[in-house]
Ligand binder design. Structure first.
Ligand code: SAM
Ligand code: ZN
Length: 273
């Protein structure tokens, strides 16, 4: 089967076989037991930024399975349903454990299309591959996507590093880029426990070369976490986990319940024709 992915060595299209991916140049990449393929070039395998570690991936996976971010997932699927043409190709760049990718894959499959996700983190990709048997999942970097020029109709990026030039390269002219970022008061109550003086996230609408804004879709939800484990999982998913003063982290660890606001923005951009 023709793959969404290209060979990271010679750039030729890859063909997906039962247990490996091959290109016409004779390069071959084994499919792991979980179903994903490692397409990170050998000289980048030992990079200092291997993406999220096993504990981070496990915490995010548990949290997302709780369904609290379902409104965001559903809004993304609505957008895909509105934007997708016939037999569309979708790539989720920085797909993590594939919680959004799985729903997007179903949406694309219903239109006879092909979808996939990549992430730098092997523990995350393992989970994503299990979650998305109908999509293709690879270990790769957003800064060097193993995907052909102008081959993708929809590119999604949820809370992952932005590689705008690569996204421009792989999107078809007129293709759609769905970029999910936190809203100003995302997780405000969590931040209010962690910090004496929490700050709102900056609301930005940046013009990227080669892209035209269609709209910014706000998505808001409120939910109550009622166990220290759920609260801890959410905390671990955030950048605050790495930079919160000890006192704030201790305050949070004493909580049994926490009502939280999830506030997201989906920036919908079109790649110029
Ligand atoms: C905050 S998580 C979001 C994951 C997923 N999109 C979600 O919302 O559940 C950011 C992800 O970016 C990945 N990441 C970091 N640097 C990356 C890179 N250069 N290329 C691809 N993925 C990267 C991490 O491994 C992590 O899975
Ligand atoms: Zn090759």
């Amino acid at each position: 089967m023709k793959s969404l992915f290209t060979c990271p060595i010679c750039g030729q299209p890859l063909c997906a076989e039962e247990d490996r991916y091959v290109c016409s140049g004779g390069h071959s990449f084994d499919r792991a037991r979980e179903g994903y393929v490692n397409l990170l070039p050998a000289n980048r395998q030992h990079s200092k930024a291997p993406g999220d570690d096993k504990e981070m991936a496990a915490a995010r996976s548990r949290f997302l399975e709780g369904g609290w971010y379902a409104p965001l997932r559903d809004a993304l699927c609505d957008q895909v349903a509105q934007c997708a043409g016939e037999a569309p190709a979708l790539l989720d760049a920085g797909c993590g454990e594939g919680w959004y990718t799985a729903a997007l894959t179903d949406c694309i499959a219903a239109r006879g299309g092909q979808s996939g996700g990549i992430d730098l983190s092997k523990p995350a990709v393992k989970k994503a591959a299990r979650r998305c048997p109908g999509g293709e999942i690879a270990v790769a970097s957003v800064y060097r996507l193993p995907v052909g020029d102008a081959s993708v109709e929809i590119l999604t990026n949820c809370f992952s590093p932005l590689a705008i030039e690569e996204f421009y390269r792989v999107l078809k002219p007129g293709g759609i880029f769905l970029y999910v970022v936190p809203g100003p008061r995302h997780l405000w109550e969590l931040k209010s426990v962690l910090y004496e003086k929490p700050y709102e996230n900056e609301e930005r609408r940046e013009e990227y070369p080669g892209f035209r804004y269609r709209e910014v879709i706000p998505v808001e939800t409120r939910f109550t976490l009622s166990s220290p484990r759920d609260i801890g999982d959410l905390y671990r998913m955030t950048p605050y986990f790495w930079k919160t003063p000890k006192a704030g982290a201790e305050r949070l660890s004493r909580l049994e319940t926490l009502a939280v606001t999830g506030q997201f923005r989906i920036h919908v951009m079109e790649r110029e024709k």
